[in-house]
Ligand binder design. Structure first.
Ligand code: HPA
Length: 271
């Protein structure tokens, strides 16, 4: 694994011009257009990057984008790798390892999710304050490389409290509606049954989705600070019979985009 990470990082270092990025952004649903705000950018398709898997889902393109955002040097992933696509957890989280090898110290992630908290509305933006890992495979299972991180990493502050507080401050200043909540990561690709939404809510989750948790685990293992945003694209609960669709999820994500973009742009500038 170390050889692969180094090989990929070396390739990128030789291809990239200018300073290397210190901030990584995984542009999940809702955050895609942030790439348009990245200036002086270099766009590298995943297909050209050695050892990178290729993204397969409609609505997710696959490019690594390096450039300047709000005065910071950033690397953005336009399109991520989901466990439900068939990748294993090492593949899903490989780009995070590569980001770290490039010098990234802070990771911003975004996703779409189903809201279970009764106060949530479709199109709401939720800052992830904590998560529940419900994936059947752990990204750190297997040999631990001490060069990458410790065998038993703490997950007490998986999402930086400092960055959550900064986001709250920005939301306050800009009069944005910004929710807080716990994200539970599940395999998918099915959306949940009403009983499952109800069960996950009873477990302590406010939103459910099919990504993010693996990348955040690896980012924590690598010692990065993490900030996560979840766009609430549909609502689920034991008494809710609405049928979520991929199209609806995309539509709701678009609705939330102005808030997400403004928040992330502002946050990056102040980190
Ligand atoms: N469940 C799981 N993943 C999701 C959902 C959902 O309701 N909405 C968007 N991604």
């Amino acid at each position: 694994m170390l050889t692969k990470i180094n090989e990929t990082a070396s390739y990128l270092k030789s291809r990239l011009q200018g300073e290397l990025p210190t901030l990584g952004i995984i542009m999940g649903t809702g955050l895609g257009p942030i790439s348009e705000l990245i200036e002086d950018k270099q766009v590298i398709p995943y297909s050209e990057i050695p050892n990178f898997p290729v993204s397969t889902v409609e609505g997710h393109s696959g490019n690594l984008i390096v450039g300047n955002l709000a005065g910071k040097r950033v690397v953005g992933m336009q399109g991520r790798f989901h466990y439900y696509e068939g990748y294993d957890m090492k593949q899903v989280t490989f780009p995070v390892r590569v980001m770290k090898a490039l010098g990234v110290e802070t990771l911003i992630v975004s996703n779409a999710s189903g809201g279970m908290n009764k106060e949530f509305r479709v199109g709401d933006v939720m800052v992830i304050t904590d998560h529940i890992n419900f994936f059947p495979e752990h990204p750190l299972r297997g040999k631990n490389y001490n060069e990458l991180g410790t065998r038993f990493p703490a997950m007490t502050e998986a999402y930086s409290k400092e960055l959550v507080a900064l986001a709250d401050k920005i939301a306050d200043e800009q009069q944005m509606r910004l929710m807080h909540g716990v994200y539970i990561g599940v395999t998918g690709p099915t959306f949940e049954t009403p009983a499952e939404y109800g069960a996950y809510h009873a477990l302590g989750a406010d939103a459910v989705g099919m990504s993010t948790v693996p990348e955040v685990i690896v980012a924590n293992h690598a010692g990065m600070k993490v900030f996560g945003i979840s766009v609430i694209t549909d609502l689920g609960g034991k008494d809710i019979t609405d049928v979520p669709t991929h199209e609806e999820v995309q539509k709701a994500a678009v609705k939330a985009q102005p808030t997400v973009l403004k928040l992330v742009h502002e946050l990056v500038g102040r980190i």
